[in-house]
Design a protein around this ligand. Structure first.
Ligand SMILES: [Zn+2]
Length: 306
């Protein structure tokens, strides 16, 4: 074989390897367990710039927000997205694409809706208006899930098998000076969930943002309470890549690869979807099976999605 032929064969081999990888990656089924159904104006008349890209959100109306997100979810084969938002906005998304979107009751939400009383809460669940209770952004009010006010809701969720998704970890820089004067870092510590887990052993709990940056507390909770899963949302595109990789790798090494779920935390910057998927797809320490678990299989198991 002459040198030209060898070079051609080598080139073709490399090309087919990358093509097969890309086709595989694009056809990979994805579940986004942390997706927000925001409305135009939720972040004020002039929404903030994307902290990573520096760009302002493209979509300006509710219709544009839906269309932009829907196109990206389809592009990346995100077959299910758990919608955290107001029930009316969730219904809006679901009516347009009922097999892709799943409703999750957010509290507090961006429209300042109060939490429905327990009777209405049960009724709304039975009427299939929501399937998951969260995102519970209690930390933004300096509260934790262990406060007595949430106890009746947790009992209902445990009894009816409603997964509870709670914001853990931290928040954007200057949060207490902007939106949320009562916010504390302490309220986001994973260990605050322990009393809830002891009281409700059958409760399915999703620790959003994988407790970042409280790695040791997150490991301890995952180790002792097997009903807890984490999502990697926001951390997978908002913190420096190496920092995210180190944190995720540490949870993988600790043996929690079957309880980590992909999420984008798409809020008003739809590019969060592509940024977060690419970051996870390119994680150098994950094999294909581990990526499939995080992108899809673990969420199927946790939520009982078929
Ligand atoms: Zn959150």
């Amino acid at each position: 074989m002459n040198l030209y032929k060898m070079k051609t064969l080598y080139f073709l081999a490399i090309l087919s390897f990358w093509t097969s990888r890309n086709i595989f990656a694009q056809s990979r089924k994805i579940i986004d367990v942390h997706f927000h159904t925001r409305s135009a104006g939720d972040y004020g008349p002039v929404p903030p710039l994307n902290p990573i890209t520096g760009k302002s959100p493209k979509a300006g109306t509710n219709e544009e927000i839906y269309n932009t997100n829907s196109a990206l979810l389809k592009k990346y084969n995100v077959v299910k997205a758990i919608c955290s938002g107001t029930l009316s906005r969730n219904t809006d998304f679901i009516s347009k694409d009922p097999t892709r979107f799943i409703s999750s009751l957010e509290f507090p939400d961006h429209q300042n809706n109060s939490l429905p009383d327990t009777t209405l809460f049960k009724k709304l669940f039975q009427e299939r208006r929501f399937f998951i209770f969260g995102e519970l952004g209690l930390q933004y009010e300096g509260k934790t899930l262990s406060e007595p006010a949430f106890e009746p809701y947790l009992s209902i969720c445990e009894r009816l098998g409603i997964p509870v998704a709670v914001h853990t970890g931290e928040a954007a820089p200057e949060t207490p000076y902007n939106c949320c004067p009562d916010f504390t870092i302490d309220a986001g510590r994973p260990l605050h969930l322990e009393s809830v887990l002891k009281k409700h052993p059958m409760l399915k709990l999703q620790m959003m943002h994988m407790g970042y940056p409280f790695l040791e507390e997150t490991k301890a909770i995952l180790n002792v309470y097997p009903q807890v899963y984490v999502d990697i949302s926001a951390i997978d595109w908002l913190v420096p890549k190496e920092e995210f990789y180190n944190y995720l790798k540490s949870l993988m090494i600790a043996g929690f690869g079957k309880r980590i779920m992909y999420g984008s935390d798409q809020m008003i910057w739809s590019e969060a979807i592509s940024l977060s998927i690419k970051t996870l797809e390119n994680a150098p320490f994950l094999n294909e099976k581990q990526k499939e678990d995080i992108f899809y299989n673990n969420a199927v198991r946790f939520f009982g999605i078929k």
